[in-house]
Design a protein around this ligand. Sequence first.
Ligand code: ADP
Ligand code: MG
Length: 351
Amino acid sequence: MSPAIDETRRTIQAAAPAGTQPLLSVSGLTISFRQRGQALEAVRDVSFDIGPGEFVGVVGESGSGKSVTALAVMGLLDPRITQVTGSALLAGKDLLTLGAQELRRTRGRDVGMVFQEPMTALDPVFTVGHQLTETLHAHEKISRRAARERAVEMLAAVGIPDPKLRYSAYPHQLSGGLRQRAMIAIALCCNPRLLIADEPTTAVDVTIQAQLLELLQTLRRERGTSILLITHDIGVIAESCDRMMTMYAGEIVETGPVGDVLENPAHPYTIGLLGAQPSLLTRGKPLTTVPGRLPRQEERTSGCLFEPRCPAALERCARDRQELIELGSAHTARCWRTHDLIGHTTAGGAR
Ligand code: ADP
Ligand code: MG
């Protein structure tokens, strides 16, 4: 890792508030989908906190339960097919028990969300400006003129050139990068305390990706927004986040300050993801995945879910699942071999 990036990360970590009340506190979050009379568990007993102004990354391959976790927190899962248990306290208020009306008020005002594909969030038949002012009117008593001014300011704040002109543009008239920025502008226009960004840079090229990550950093710095960034690219987390969580098959398998986890990964899956990343400085490259695949929900056993793919597995791993073990300074990992692995660069090497 280059000294420059290392230095940036140190500054960010130092800026993260310590010992303050978490803004978001998720506890024991379990999510099942009802399918053909069966309840299939997609996320199991997930707990994490995000502090005010903290930038937290979630990494894991496709299907690990990252989006479902975010959607549950936003109250966006269809209750007819999902069962969600646990709690998600936002400044003390449980988002999982809010009624529809309160949830609508919370979304946008307290929590903003951006997705991988901006066209799922932007309405193609309305101008970007209209969508921004609608959002403002939905949450605040504000005159049309003031809303328009705020919208243009917001477009400028997310780095959209000629914001007055772009105010009147329809989504299809913008490039992919600008659409992504417009979506961020809408998510942030009511100044939410938390932004959840689900793979916001996956569909854009490397240059735009770098610009968007920088934009998130700036917004966090200038507005104190807490950010939960979901990605399958551990390089993105290395560049941006204070803290990270690795998810595997619906569970958190490792958490910790980004520097600690990247320098001393303590779960074979995180080690695999790092090994799969040709260089942490090469952004935007797809992972050359860890060999094997995620177990389907019906294949999940009482043992470690990563065991079938794990180069460091012991006999007991197939039988018993480990709890998250505290390794010091908020670094935790769910692995029987954590203490052997820590300090090694490849899981296979610790065999
Ligand atoms: P990620 O975002 O990490 O790629 P997701 O959170 O989208 O993964 O999905 C996690 C798992 O949840 C999927 O592998 C799938 O099994 C299950 N899942 C997601 N959406 C549905 C759905 N609508 N119906 C049934 N199962 C679903
Ligand atoms: Mg996803």
